[in-house]
Design a protein around this ligand. Structure first.
Ligand SMILES: NC(=O)C1=CN([C@@H]2O[C@H](COP(=O)(O)OP(=O)(O)OC[C@H]3O[C@@H](n4cnc5c(N)ncnc54)[C@H](O)[C@@H]3O)[C@@H](O)[C@H]2O)C=CC1
Ligand SMILES: O=C(CO)COP(=O)(O)O
Length: 335
């Protein structure tokens, strides 16, 4: 079977390596031709995933149309802000038998749509799935045991994607709750930025545990208001991804947060991380989405003010601590 992977950043490359080890032929495309040449000539993605051997059945392809030809599965591995542009670019070359799998974690700034909603706009007759969960590229590419979720509203599609990606080192669960899986994957990046800022400010493990716990609470509150199943947030794409992103030094979002907490501005932090920090754009879209549908998200709101209104991060923490008194369980829908 042939699989097209569109986006040769750290995650697109790691997934290509994983799938190639299962014997599939992988056509990987990226707009950055230098990294495609590196994959073909040096068998390594020097820019985004150095030190990992890219097997010979991963073919770097310069023309997107060629990457798609005869591919049963199309994996979308670009950052969320690029998904719409990518879909419009591939639209003329995709046929309705091809299955689209989204790896991007974000909520579109201009429309407040989830990534599978953007993809469905372009490909209403194709089968679409989302792959999400605690899975840093740096570990997946080294065969470190990982568990993740394949979500699709169509059970057969979720089962198919589960079979395609599953290996003894990469365990894939299915889930029909696409809304919950995508909201968990996107919004945890906001909490990871906040957890990083907390670390950068010199706060402790107590602070981070509080942010993570209250964080999953507001993620779930948003998700449920949008139609998700609350149980999804107790799963791999919910609390699972939140844990890995808030605690790992592989996390781009956490690392950016640490730098901001240490006093760098957003631009300096993003430049230093050198890879996509999805949580910045997602803070903006989630803040707007929560306001639009009337869901309270205190951490997201404070982070929005820090990132986009220049609020002092220490002062934001004080404001979170001094909010109205609450009951943890009783006020679960509004706190
Ligand atoms: N890196 C990881 O461990 C994981 C990443 N993800 C998600 O996967 C998505 C991709 O992330 P990474 O691979 O980490 O990003 P990255 O920063 O490593 O690479 C991004 C890639 O996208 C390409 N790109 C950027 N803007 C583009 C545009 N406008 N059009 C076409 N291509 C463009 C770049 O050339 C680059 O190759 C993100 O949504 C991220 O949240 C999900 C799980 C794990
Ligand atoms: O989503 C991820 C891991 O599951 C990647 O998160 P970071 O972008 O913070 O590295």
């Amino acid at each position: 079977m042939k699989i097209a992977v569109l986006g040769g950043g750290s995650w697109g490359t790691a997934i290509s390596v994983l799938l190639s080890k299962k014997g599939y032929d992988i056509n990987i495309w990226d707009r950055n031709t230098v990294l495609i040449s590196d994959i073909n000539e040096k068998r390594e993605n020097l820019r985004y995933l150095p030190g990992i051997l890219v097997p010979s059945n991963v073919y770097g392809v310069f023309e997107i149309e060629k990457a798609l030809k005869d591919s049963k599965v199309i994996v979308i591995a670009v950052p969320s802000h690029a998904v719409r542009e990518l879909c419009s670019r591939i639209l003329p070359f995709v046929d309705k038998e091809q299955i689209l799998v989204s790896l991007a974690k974000g909520i579109e700034n201009s429309t407040l749509l989830r990534m599978s909603q953007v993809i469905n706009e372009f490909f209403p007759n194709n089968r679409v799935a989302v792959l999400s969960g605690p899975s840093h590229a740096e570990e997946v590419s080294r065969d470190i045991p990982t568990a993740i979720v394949a979500a699709s509203i169509d059970e057969d599609t979720a089962n198919f994607v589960q079979d395609v990606f599953m290996t003894p080192k990469f365990r894939v669960y299915t889930n029909k709750d696409v809304i919950g899986v995508e909201i968990g994957g996107a919004v945890k990046n906001i909490i990871a930025l906040a957890a990083g800022i907390s670390d950068g400010l010199g706060f402790g493990d107590n602070t981070k545990a509080a942010l993570m716990t209250r964080g999953i609470s507001e993620i779930a509150r948003l998700g449920v208001a949008l139609g998700a199943d609350a149980l999804t947030f107790a799963g791999l794409s919910g609390i699972g991804d939140l844990i890995v992103t808030c605690t790992s030094m592989h996390s781009r979002n956490r690392r950016a947060g640490i730098l901001i907490g240490q006093g760098k501005n957003v631009e300096e932090a993003v430049n230093e991380v050198k890879m996509v920090v999805e949580g910045i754009n997602t803070t903006k879209s989630t803040y707007e989405l929560a306001n639009k549908i009337g869901v309270e998200m205190p951490i997201t709101t404070e982070l929005y003010k820090v990132l986009f209104e220049g609020k002092n991060a220490k002062y934001a923490v004080t404001e979170l601590m001094l909010r109205d008194k609450k009951d943890e369980i009783k006020d679960v829908n509004q706190n």
